[in-house]
Design a binder for this molecule. Structure first.
Ligand code: ADP
Ligand code: MG
Length: 393
């Protein structure tokens, strides 16, 4: 059975548990980007409009089953207060004895946020016992945590199985629709831009992409195994040796399928990745011995921008260089801008790529900015996501 969404569920005056994705980047206890919090507001407000008691839960970071005050959700409660314009109750422990009583005393439209679910090992262990405890707090289960939907964790998988009234939130719906459009109704030419650092994580996505995309543009550390497979020197650039053989096979496969895989033709290189490092531009795709590739070069930027201009559908994941360090951000900035200026259907996904889009304030110029990193990649790959499967039937 296809999944239902919150606007199809019977939540009037009910206790509604909403699994959100409040896994936001923090620096010294401050939220540096609250896209995920903002994105959860429509679902919370919808539940309030139906006079529900709203119970929110999320993970944050990787506390490994122990209390870690630096990963507390308290700053999230403060931010929610600003967006919801009402006080948010906070419970220090999602398994505390007093929670049931507290929920009983809540009035319709009141909002309660639980402390980080991952302070308990049961969350990542997908513990039935942990889920059973949580299930007592609510009548209806809603998953709005698209960014966590690829994890078989208790609040995402074991918990919804304990509810008969369950469904996705409005953010989950928006994400699924936006990414499904990339799979089902794209207008050619479809250009995929892949960069970033986690090469081995993304190789399976590449396999799927060469079946559907017209052109694949590679940058960041993603490019080096491909350059190496073509016989170029890559110096001290970040390289996963196991990826070289895979890159070799993918290049062959792409040739057969007449898909273009385009690699950087020049790079910005340095001996170390530092703001004041000596930076050189290579004249060709090769990176000299002793140097590291840290960004795509100007000839590459020009070529990629021309291809992106003609695209009708674009998916982008992974920065083109170490954009966090100023001398190496030109490639990422230029690609973000080229995609933002395209009037076709444009989607960006991935924690760091989305951070880059926000850094350059281009978020409103994309058709869809996905709140999911790993989840959006797995969804595009066609992998069934445990959090979505658990809402079916
Ligand atoms: P996303 O989070 O968007 O999916 P990744 O996590 O795969 O992207 O990769 C992001 C990281 O890749 C960034 O922190 C960036 O510094 C790094 N990166 C980009 N280009 C290079 C490069 N040439 N060498 C090493 N790391 C790189
Ligand atoms: Mg990342």
């Amino acid at each position: 059975m296809p999944i239902q969404y919150i606007d199809e569920l019977n939540i009037e005056n009910a206790r509604v548990f909403i699994r959100c994705d409040f896994n936001v980047p923090l620096k010294d206890g401050h939220i540096t980007n609250d896209l995920r919090i903002k994105a959860s507001i429509p679902t919370i407000e919808y539940a309030q409009s139906k006079n529900a008691k709203v119970i929110l839960a999320s993970h944050l970071g990787r506390p490994k089953g122990k209390i870690d005050k630096t990963l507390s959700l308290e700053p999230i409660a403060e931010r929610l207060l600003i967006y919801l314009k009402r006080e948010v109750f906070f419970s220090n422990d999602c398994q505390a004895y007093g929670n049931l009583k507290l929920i009983e005393q809540m009035r319709p439209q009141d909002v309660l946020l639980f402390e980080n679910l991952r302070f308990h090992p049961g969350e990542t262990n997908n513990s039935h016992h942990f889920a059973l405890q949580l299930s007592k707090y609510a009548d209806v289960y809603v998953n709005d945590a698209f960014g966590a939907a690829h994890r078989a964790h208790a609040s995402v998988e074991a918990l919804p199985k304990l509810f008969s009234e369950k469904g996705g939130g409005l953010l989950l719906k928006k994400e699924i629709q936006a990414l499904t459009a990339l799979i089902e109704n794209r207008t050619p030419p479809y250009v995929v831009v892949l960069g970033g650092g986690k090469v081995s994580d993304k190789v399976s996505l590449l396999r799927q992409i060469i079946d559907v995309a017209d052109t694949l543009l590679l940058g960041g550390a993603m490019a080096y195994p491909f350059l190496k497979a073509q016989g170029f020197e890559v110096g001290n650039s970040k390289l996963e040796e196991e990826a070289v053989d895979i890159a070799h096979d993918l290049l062959q496969e792409a040739k057969k399928k007449k898909i273009q895989i385009i690699l950087p033709r020049d790079h910005w290189v340095a001996k170390r990745c530092d703001v004041d490092a000596e930076v050189e531009k290579t004249p060709s795709p090769a990176i000299p011995k002793g140097w590291m590739g840290l960004d795509i070069g100007p000839k590459t930027i020009l070529q990629y921008a021309q291809i992106l201009e003609k695209a009708k559908t674009i998916f982008w994941n992974g920065p083109m260089g170490i954009f966090e360090v100023a001398p190496f951000e030109q490639g990422t900035f230029a690609i973000a801008e080229a995609i933002a200026n395209n009037n076709g259907y444009t989607v960006v996904g991935g924690g760091d790529s989305v951070a880059a889009v926000y850094k350059y304030q281009l978020q409103l110029k994309f058709s869809h900015v996905s709140t999911g990193g790993g989840a959006s990649l797995e969804f595009l790959q066609g992998t069934p996501l445990p959090g979505i499967l658990a809402l079916e039937g």
